[in-house]
Design a protein around this ligand. Sequence first.
Ligand code: DX5
Ligand code: ZN
Length: 224
Amino acid sequence: MIAPSILSADFARLADEAAAVTGADWLHVDVMDAHFVPNLTLGLPIVQSLLKATDIPLDCHLMIDDPDRWAVGYAEAGAYNVTVHVEAAADPVKLAANLRAAGAKAGLSVKPGTPLEPYVELLKHYDTLLVMSVEPGFGGQSFIVEVLDKVRQARRLVDSGELTVVVEIDGGINADTIEQAAEAGVDCFVAGSAVYGAEDPARAVEALRARATEAAAQVVRGVH
Ligand code: DX5
Ligand code: ZN
């Protein structure tokens, strides 16, 4: 799956920018509060408007303090998946239950330096795991390859049936980096600058999907 990040889109033309990636599986929406991360983007009113402007399921990535208080509003509004940061959540088990009760998938994100081991039990309450492959806060940064160890670890846990999360990666994904992420076992790729920085965003989505699909197929065939 490919999830274009509107962080790299034109914020004054969000409906058009959503329409420009009609083949996308999810539309990734980066909510930043200038506290959890040193950047400020958008919040619930804009997500509510975006929900009316597109049929693409919204994947809301909340880079905010106190998600226990704010995240459920995005689920109630109709976001498909609502991801909170494990570094910010006070009661992530209860939060996941609240997100699901409000009708959304529950996502948990880990920053590049946050290990996975302490959270494996917790992830049994979640539907998606968002592995950050850049420090959260800004688009256009370079891919941190070391996080692929966490992707492989998550893939093993899913393949063995211990977890049922969708494994998602976010940050620095482009035509050069997507293959190694696909080989490591990613299910859903967030891409901001690689999609909205392209001449034709819809074609960029399909090109990324083709590369990821081919790389994953080679793993199945045992080429890598
Ligand atoms: C960064 C955001 C990402 C960002 C990715 O904190 O979470 O979703 O949009 O942008 P690229 O794909 O340009 O690295
Ligand atoms: Zn994001």
